[in-house]
Design a protein around this ligand. Structure first.
Ligand SMILES: Cc1cc2nc3c(=O)[nH]c(=O)nc-3n(C[C@H](O)[C@H](O)[C@H](O)COP(=O)(O)OP(=O)(O)OC[C@H]3O[C@@H](n4cnc5c(N)ncnc54)[C@H](O)[C@@H]3O)c2cc1C
Length: 410
């Protein structure tokens, strides 16, 4: 492929943009993918990366259709079949077990770098996508028939639809002048790979503490990837401690879970916020992934929402193509926006409410009532789990197991 007009130009080849590019190109759309940084080759012998994600079963199904899941799951990926949630007060934990919800697993913990690299390999091997990398978006000029995409390297592409998958600081979103509500939590997520005296048996464990939730997510070598949410100043203090001191504080915070801390890899902290864009679409452009929405990571849903955006957009565009409609028409854009905006806002506000409920004093009646309600109500737990698994009624067909082939033939 060497033309410079495309059905779709995707800006940003992070996990979400690369997934969309793969799904669309495998569906027969001509696709340009612009990325400023080529991902580093994944080295399975190197230390586990600091950024990991809990990939839901729905996202796994999407990545299967994008052609990347086999490579991901054959390397450093760890499925988990139990989720254990403690409120730090009542020692009777809330348990979610996969078989109870008719699932083979609740999710898989993988390094972000492995997901991105596996997708990159698929895109390179398939030869179906024109990669513009390293290059960056310089600007978008909208017109009635198509958009002109100007790259900093001097090239100009035209596309019927431009997709902003360029992350939280999205240049695409800014160039459209789309407003965003930004709620800074003044909290950071401290991450590290931690070994305890007992290996993690494949459980995603989370304890709500006064400063914020502490999660231990199982890694393939028996260690856990931790995400410890703390007020930013406290996270900074924890980063400054030597590993022995840090281990002692982590022991106290995670007491009773898998014994004592025995090892701790490099640490880093990421500021946490909720960002919701006022619009997800305008002038032949749509936003997906963190470019459209950023949610609190306490239920590990950020990139899962992004994968669902990619799958949902693919489903809409395939439907439009079969009817001969312009894929960049305002009707198509609105359809995408209505669907995905309501889904991600529901998730963002749900996370916000959970964070607020558990962020208040441990003995507060509201918090204890909330936990007791969830424990008693199978329906509530089921609803929560279906959504977290990416399998709720309104999820994209690809997340619910439909193949690209059958979507194309619809
Ligand atoms: C501590 C922490 C833990 C988390 N844990 C989870 C979890 O367990 N599960 C989960 O689902 N989510 C989790 N998340 C959220 C998740 O990491 C993000 O939602 C996800 O990485 C967003 O992916 P993306 O592809 O949309 O954006 P990004 O990863 O930001 O990718 C954007 C891409 O666009 C490129 N780019 C940017 N600007 C330009 C430009 N102008 N031109 C060309 N290219 C450009 C960038 O180089 C990058 O490759 C967590 C987040 C944090 C902070």
């Amino acid at each position: 492929m060497s033309n410079t007009h495309y059905d779709v130009a995707v800006i940003g080849a992070g996990m979400v943009g690369a997934t969309l590019a793969s799904l669309l190109s495998r569906s027969g759309f001509s696709v340009a993918l612009v990325e400023s940084r080529e991902p580093e080759a994944f080295d399975a012998g190197a230390e586990v990366g600091l950024r990991v994600s809990a990939i839901s079963p729905g996202s796994q199904a999407i990545l299967e259709q994008a052609g990347a899941w086999k490579a991901i799951s054959s390397q450093r990926a760890r499925p988990y079949r139990r989720m254990q949630v403690e409120d730090g007060v009542d020692m009777d934990p809330l348990l979610f077990d996969a078989p109870v919800f008719n699932l083979e697993r609740l999710g898989t913990i993988v390094e972000n770098a492995l997901v991105q690299w596996s997708l990159w390999q698929v895109l390179n091997a398939g030869g179906l996508v024109d990669l513009y990398c390293p290059d960056q978006l310089a600007g978008i000029e909208a017109s009635k028939q198509h958009n002109r995409v100007l790259l900093q390297g001097g090239k100009t592409l035209t596309a019927s639809l431009v997709v902003g998958a360029d992350g939280a600081a999205s240049r695409v979103r800014k160039s459209l002048g789309i407003r965003q509500d930004h709620y800074a939590y003044n909290q950071s997520g401290l991450v590290a790979a931690v070994g305890k005296s007992q290996a993690n048996p494949g459980v995603a464990w989370q304890r709500f503490l006064p400063g914020g939730p502490l999660a231990f997510l199982p890694l393939s070598d028996g260690r856990s990837s931790i995400v410890w949410t703390q007020p930013t100043a406290e996270a900074e203090r924890l980063l400054q401690l030597d590993s022995e001191e840090f281990g002692k504080e982590l022991d106290v915070a995670s007491s009773g879970w898998l014994g004592a801390v025995e090892s701790c890899g490099p640490r880093a902290a990421f500021p946490l916020s909720m960002r919701l864009s006022e619009n997800y679409a305008a002038r032949r452009v749509v936003l997906i992934g963190d470019a459209a929405h950023v949610v609190h990571p306490l239920a590990g849903q950020g990139v899962n929402l992004g994968f669902a955006d990619a799958a949902g957009l693919t489903e809409i565009l395939l439907g439009v193509r079969s009817s001969g409609e312009d894929i960049g028409s305002s009707r198509v854009l609105r359809k995408y926006e209505r669907w995905r905006k309501s889904e991600s806002e529901a998730m963002a506000f749900g996370m916000h409410a959970l964070r607020s409920l558990f962020g208040i004093d441990g003995l507060s009646p509201a918090r204890r009532f909330g936990m007791a309600m969830v424990k008693r109500s199978w329906l509530l737990r089921d609803k929560f789990l279906q959504r977290a698994a990416g399998l709720a009624a309104n999820a994209p067909a690809l997340a619910k197991g439909e193949t690209l082939r059958s979507l194309i033939q619809r």
